[in-house]
Design a protein around this ligand. Structure first.
Ligand code: GLU
Length: 307
């Protein structure tokens, strides 16, 4: 791990002069006021050794990274039947695009765009209701984070709800095709709540370890999802984890990953480690600028690209 700590320290030092570059998400005040100069990296290996640098222990809004965890819960619950309601093809469209839904009759392209994530979240409400589903998501993430704090930011959740017209449109549109079954407001409430989860790079990397370990949380020594399910989540992260910048991320980094508009990215190095980076400044595709660069350097120096 010393080597890895050196690599992480080096990458942090090299990119630090660029802190503050990019554009912080400004669609809600709670995200707009985040200090753009923050930058954290955490790498946790399958034995639980952590290499961290910078603001790796500062909680931030995980936003769409939550979609990986809800997808896991939904696959555990619904199994392969989930794929009749959501596809697994990259969308080539921005995160909140509605254009494909009409032609594809309410079956979203994949579970990591907003439309698909809303369907995934809908399945979690079945038999559990909104409160039950929200509690399940938070409990699952807390368990995976192994004691690192994971909380729900009520202010972010409320602002997401107050400004979430496009997500409401997506949900209503999907519902019109019969592919959302629970009350729209309940589904949206749970979705906004999952986006508002706050966790640090260290917590996220720890939480993502089961994806690097064929579905078994190596520290809790507990199977989270079957090996095939974990592989499929990684495949979808690789092809769809960064919206219309997914190809570029695969090209540059070569690891399954999922970005969030809060500036975090969770990446998986299969059979080795989980990695989380965070810097709030976003590039043109709405993913963390420094985070992407850090992962590119990390993949190059460790040789962890899956290709
Ligand atoms: N809360 C955002 C939305 O659903 C999340 C987008 C993202 O992180 O990419 O619009």
């Amino acid at each position: 791990m010393t080597d890895l700590q050196n690599i992480v320290d080096e990458i942090h030092a090299e990119l630090s002069p660029r802190r503050g570059e990019g554009k912080v998400a400004d669609y809600i005040p709670a995200l707009a006021r985040v200090d753009a100069k923050q930058f954290g990296i955490a790498v946790v290996d399958l034995d639980g050794n952590a290499a961290i640098a910078g603001d790796a222990k500062t909680p931030f809004s995980i936003q769409s990274i939550s979609k990986v965890f809800t997808l896991t819960l939904a696959l555990c619950r619904s199994g392969a039947a989930l794929w009749t309601r959501v596809g697994r093809e990259p969308s080539g469209s921005p995160f909140n695009s509605i254009v494909q839904l009409e032609a594809e009759r309410g079956i979203p392209r994949n579970p990591l765009i907003n439309a698909g994530a809303l369907v995934v979240t809908d399945t979690l409400l079945d038999g559990r209701g909104a409160e039950g589903a929200a509690a399940d998501i938070l409990a699952f993430m807390r368990e995976r984070a192994g004691g690192e704090p994971v909380t729900r930011d009520a202010e972010v959740a409320a602002s997401e709800a107050a400004t979430g017209f496009r997500n409401a449109s997506l949900a209503n549109f999907i519902r019109a095709f019969g592919n959302i079954h629970n009350p729209i407001d309940d589904v949206l409430g749970v979705y906004f709540g999952q986006c508002a989860i706050a966790a640090s790079c260290l917590a996220l990397a720890r939480a993502g370890l089961y994806l690097a370990n064929e579905g078994v949380d190596p520290l809790a020594k507990r199977r989270v999802i079957d090996a095939a399910g974990a592989r499929r989540i990684c495949a979808v992260m690789m092809t769809c984890g960064h919206y219309d910048a997914s190809g570029d991320f695969a090209f540059r980094v070569g690891l399954p990953g999922k970005s969030g508009v809060g500036g975090g990215i969770l990446a998986v190095a299969p059979k080795r480690a989980a990695i989380a980076v965070w810097s709030p400044g976003l590039g043109a595709a709405g993913t963390s600028l420094l985070g992407g660069l850090a992962l590119e350097k990390l993949a190059a120096r460790t040789g962890w690209s899956v290709f």
